[in-house]
Design a protein around this ligand. Structure first.
Ligand SMILES: [Zn+2]
Length: 125
């Protein structure tokens, strides 16, 4: 449940980039004490498993953690038309994706070239 809630901003940002996504039940969830897991499907492709350790307690940290995992899974396992998906996109003139960082109030997507360009996770345009 908390995984779904913490994933909601990440789902928004996937959809904002035109990537459909859904979480499905993990067929091999492992020990419940270790945390929650779910299988992530993006644009119809099963890209991998999200895990949320039981020790990650606050929602901002959970979202940050899931955003970084989702980015790795999308970049590693999803290609459309043979092209790696740079998600979430940075400025149009930048060829890299943004990276998940811990902001002061909320987790952020930040340009890797410097901290001046950023957008809260869940509000990527
Ligand atoms: Zn950039």
């Amino acid at each position: 449940m908390s995984l779904l809630e913490a994933f909601e901003p990440v789902a928004h940002d996937l959809r904002a980039a035109g990537l459909d996504c859904q979480l499905t039940e993990d067929p091999n969830p492992g020990e419940p004490a270790a945390g929650a897991t779910a299988v992530l499907i993006v644009s119809g492709v099963k890209v991998g498993r999200l895990t949320l350790g039981a020790s990650v307690l606050d929602t901002a940290s959970r979202t940050l953690y899931l955003a970084a995992q989702t980015q790795r899974l999308v970049q590693g396992n999803l290609s459309i038309g043979g092209r790696v998906i740079e998600w979430p996109p940075c400025l149009p003139s930048h060829t890299h994706p943004m990276m998940a960082t811990r902001g002061q109030r909320t987790p952020l997507w930040t340009c890797p070239l410097g901290g001046t360009i950023s957008v809260p996770i869940g509000e990527h345009p």
